[in-house]
Design a protein around this ligand. Sequence first.
Ligand code: SAM
Length: 284
Amino acid sequence: MANLGIPQNTIAVLQKYNFNFQKKFGQNFLIDTSVLDRIISAAEITKEDCVLEIGPGIGTMTQYLAESAREVVAVEIDKALIPILQDTLSEYDNVTVINEDILKVDINRIVQEKNEGRPIKVVANLPYYITTPIIMGLFESHVPLKSITIMVQKEVADRMQVGPGTKDYGALSLAVQYYAKPQIVANVPPNCFMPRPNVGSAVIRLTRYEQPPVQVQDEKKMFALIRASFNQRRKTLVNGLTNAPELKLTKEAVAGALEKMNLSPTIRGEALTLEQFARLSEMV
Ligand code: SAM
């Protein structure tokens, strides 16, 4: 099968199958071989690797993955793409296509079956409408992972990478940075896709930590604090946390903890580092 990273080949497949793009599934197919090469090299795929691809589309990146990995599992929600994938991937015997919603698939079971429970690599040109639930789902369900190398909206890639004191800093930055080391590896303009998205894109690699950079007794509690702080971004941390009924915190408790941490009583959540959120969650 011809390389689908070359636009004419993608057009030929779309015409052959009379394929209609589904906006609701975030379908923007890659048509740039240098971006595809960049993703594969950033993911450092070897013949030892089992790779999970989320949303293979017509199989453009899947072909690259099949060439460089030992085993590829590709989960695609759109059933109209399944016969196309059977065609475009027919020469590979190391690819399994699953017609399912990635948010409903038991990824831990796939890892068990295909990689004996050893860590896999995730590589994807993600559907942008569910970027955050996909990433958080992978981390929170403790899927054994080496890394996640994904195309996302540029703005979302920035949010994952920044630290305190910037407008993009928020719950997603802290969650990603608790589980993984983020690194933006390429910026990708709209003309690398068919159809063109309305936003700029970026490839980001998240390398999973074996041990998180901060230690907490209760991860869930720390993330509840983080979420409450950023839900009310313009409020002080004391007000943000005491206004969140699920936390059941008093003003005195939060103010006391801030004082012990040498932080101002009027500080906002957006000024705290991950380490400070971890300490705060141990103290309140
Ligand atoms: N990987 C292809 C490429 O790079 O050309 C397609 C990428 S396109 C941005 C996103 C793909 O994810 C589409 O094929 C879409 O149908 C699929 N998709 C959307 N929502 C999904 C979901 N919940 N589960 C699995 N796949 C999904």
